[in-house]
Every structure is written in structure tokens, then in C-alpha cells.
Design a protein around this ligand. Structure first.
Ligand code: MG
Length: 229
């Protein structure tokens, strides 16, 4: 079956995610120290993350929408300290800008340029990275988040949501991502092929092995050519 569509995970597939999130949390905390010192002085950078996670865990609606959850948490934080909703939008913006200040892996843009024209391209992320804010949105025919699909990888629903947007059948699509369960097994279980981005060259320890295993997305063009043969 020829491949018509390539879908991509974002975090840890197009950039190293952990330093971005750590930096965004640190920029947010520095902003809080400046704007709301009484809130900041009641926490450490670690305990405020624990406070946020506890609010996330208790929230029953929009569980897959990290932007919604973060705003909900900022609302709770504001209420606890008598500020109401005052810090919701500004506090979210500070974090969100830093969360999208990513450094693309050096092979990403060249790879997208090589694939465009041969395949439809889409992104499928569970997080709230924004490809338009990052400046790569124009490369994609569809941009799908767990918030849009109202379900998250590895659920088949989010893969289906992306396929339906482009009118492509699962067997005509390949998903590319770093997470063995969310990306590789999620896509395989939905009838798509999958390519594992595996920079540490780890052995495969799960069911449903990937159709290809590459150290970085720079190797994707040749991996797709091999799948098409
Ligand atoms: Mg990832």
C-alpha cells in the first residue's frame, strides 16, 4: 500500500523537550517572584510544580488539554491567594511563550523540505506545543492536538481524527515519534505503520515492533523509501 501521509509527534521528535519545559517553568517562577512575590515565597520551584500537578490530577474536564489545565491551575492559585483570575492569562502567556521557544534538531527542516511534495504531512501531539508559534506550521497539511481530538495518544481516536481531516486511510499513513507506547504502538494498533525515533538506540521491548527504527528524523527519507519498496 503506497504511503500518502506522514504524521509526526513533536516533543522529543522535533526537539529536545525536557530542557524547554524546565526553562519555561523557571521563567514562570521568576515572573511570579516579580509580579506576585507573596505567592512565590510560599513555594519553591519544586513545590509549585507539585501544587500544579495536584490541581491537574483533580480536574475532571478537558483532561487532554494542557493549556486549559494550566489556566485552571493558575485560577486556583490566584483564588488561594486572593487574586481571583488576575494571573490566569498573563501567567499562562509567560509559560506558553517559553514552552514554544524550542530549538529544532538540525535535520528537521531539511527533512520536511524533502518530504513535502511527495507526502501529505501532519503533526499529532499530546502536548500544547504550537507549531505556528514555533514557525513550522506552514509545513503541515493538518495540525492535531489531544485538545482538538479530545483524546490523547496512544488512543486510536486521535490518529483517526488526523486521518479523517485529510481523508487518508490508516494503511496509507505512517506515524513518526519517539515514544514506544504513545507513538509506535498507538499508531500500529490503529492500523498505521510507524517509525520509531530512537536516538539512544534502545532495544525494542514491547509488542508490535516499529516498521523502522531511526536515530533521528534526518534518516526518515531513506526509511520511508525502504517502506515503500
Ligand atoms: Mg514525543
Amino acid at each position: 500500500m503506497p504511503i500518502k501521509l506522514v504524521t509526526f509527534d513533536l516533543d522529543d521528535t522535533f526537539w529536545d523537550c525536557e530542557p524547554v519545559i524546565l526553562k519555561a517553568e523557571s521563567i514562570f517562577f521568576a515572573w511570579l517572584e516579580c509580579e506576585y512575590p507573596d505567592i512565590a515565597s510560599s513555594f519553591t520551584p519544586q513545590t509549585i510544580v507539585e501544587h500544579r500537578r495536584a490541581v491537574f490530577a483533580k480536574c475532571d474536564e478537558n483532561k487532554h488539554d494542557f493549556s486549559f489545565l494550566r489556566k485552571r491551575w493558575l485560577g486556583v492559585l490566584g483564588q488561594e491567594f486572593g487574586y481571583g483570575e488576575a494571573l490566569v492569562e498573563s501567567g499562562f502567556e509567560i509559560f506558553w511563550r517559553a514552552r514554544n521557544d524550542v530549538t529544532l534538531y538540525p535535520t528537521v527542516l531539511k527533512m520536511l523540505e524533502k518530504l513535502r511534495g511527495s507526502y501529505q504531512l501532519a503533526t499529532i501531539t499530546n502536548g500544547n506545543a504550537d507549531v505556528y508559534r514555533i514557525g513550522i506550521g506552514h509545513w503541515f497539511d493538518a495540525v492535531v492536538t489531544a485538545a482538538d481530538a479530545n483524546c490523547a495518544k496512544p488512543s486510536g481516536g486521535i490518529f483517526d481524527y488526523a486521518l479523517r481531516q485529510l481523508g487518508v486511510r490508516a494503511e496509507e499513513a505512517v506515524h513518526v515519534g519517539d515514544d514506544p507506547i504513545n507513538d509506535v504502538m498507538g499508531a500500529k494498533n490503529h492500523g498505521m505503520r510507524s517509525i520509531w525515533v530512537n536516538p539512544k538506540r534502545l532495544p525494542w521491548r514491547y509488542d508490535g515492533a516499529p516498521d523502522a527504527d531511526i536515530p533521528n528524523v534526518g534518516e526518515l527519507v531513506s526509511a520511508l523509501n525502504s517502506l515503500s519498496e
